[in-house]
Design a protein around this ligand. Structure first.
Ligand SMILES: NC(=O)c1ccc[n+]([C@@H]2O[C@H](COP(=O)([O-])OP(=O)(O)OC[C@H]3O[C@@H](n4cnc5c(N)ncnc54)[C@H](OP(=O)(O)O)[C@@H]3O)[C@@H](O)[C@H]2O)c1
Length: 250
């Protein structure tokens, strides 16, 4: 398909995933925009190309939509089968779930749905892409987590997250994703595959638009740490959890 360094970003048609794709493409990578809707993927690719082609740093970028629903094994297998090369996998697609009920009132089905995308989806996509990544000279995996996945933050009385309302779907899915990141890093260290989790920070996207908060951080701001981890040199860390400021406590 391509001889160029190639990245796959899941959930790339909008928000932080779109900006991760922009950042990696600007660095010269071929970027596959994993999108569950073909039309939204095509539209995102067109927008990315147009944006890159304007302004003082105008460039031609190589971005290509690819249908990929992280909860649908058939689309994952078809996507993997269509590729001949993959160097960077960014597991970005994520959902918050329909409710933020406390654990005692949380519907099991909500937890299942959120885990299906945020954890099982990452496992399925990663495992499907590993044969390609193992053939890369510098393979990198970045799992887009969240600060709310940090148990240290929730249990630190001095951290603002300890005062957030308790809930049992999204935060625990990101804690599980952090754990999955560590387990993959342990397994894949011998293969030279660096695997890290990133906390983009609260960014103004569709994901946060209904929250009663004023968020000034942009999706591009949130994408920066992910692009950094996706482009680590050979001595870069593996099995870590990072935000803009450095390591995040687990
Ligand atoms: N925004 C924040 O403040 C924030 C903070 C911390 C962590 N995060 C994490 O950052 C990641 C991106 O969030 P965002 O703010 O950019 O959210 P967003 O604007 O809602 O975008 C989410 C993306 O994921 C895609 N997606 C959802 N389910 C999918 C599935 N089953 N298969 C494939 N794609 C799927 C969406 O596709 P559709 O357009 O088809 O729905 C969309 O492209 C998430 O993992 C989120 O948990 C966000």
């Amino acid at each position: 398909m391509t001889d160029n360094t190639t990245a796959l970003v899941t959930g790339a048609n909008k928000g932080i995933g779109y900006e991760i794709a922009a950042g990696l493409a600007a660095r010269g990578m071929t970027v596959l925009l994993g999108c569950r809707d073909h039309t939204r993927g095509e539209q995102a690719a067109t927008r990315l190309r147009e944006q890159a082609a304007t302004g003082p740093h105008a460039q031609i970028i190589d971005v290509r939509p690819i249908v990929l629903d992280v909860t649908d094994p058939a689309t994952i297998e078809a996507a993997a089968a269509s590729l001949t090369r993959l160097d960077v996998l960014v597991n970005n697609a994520g959902i918050s779930g329909p409710t933020i009920d406390p654990p005692s009132a949380m519907a099991a089905q909500t937890v299942r749905e959120v885990f299906e995308t945020n954890v099982i989806g990452v496992l399925m996509v990663t495992n499907a892409m590993l044969p390609l990544l193992r053939r890369s000279p510098a393979p990198r995996i970045v799992n887009v987590s969240s600060g709310v996945g940090s148990l240290a933050h929730h249990t630190d009385p001095n951290h603002y997250m300890s005062a957030l309302p308790p809930t049992a779907a999204y935060p625990i899915s990101k804690t599980a994703l952090n754990s999955l990141t560590v387990q993959y890093a342990k397994e894949l260290r011998k293969d030279g595959i660096l695997v890290n989790a990133a906390a983009p920070g609260a960014c103004a996207t569709d994901f946060t638009k209904d929250l009663p908060l004023t968020i000034t951080r942009t999706a591009a701001d949130g994408a920066a740490i992910i692009v950094h981890l996706a482009t680590l040199g050979p001595d870069g860390p593996t099995g870590g959890f990072f935000d803009d400021a450095g390591p995040v406590p687990w």
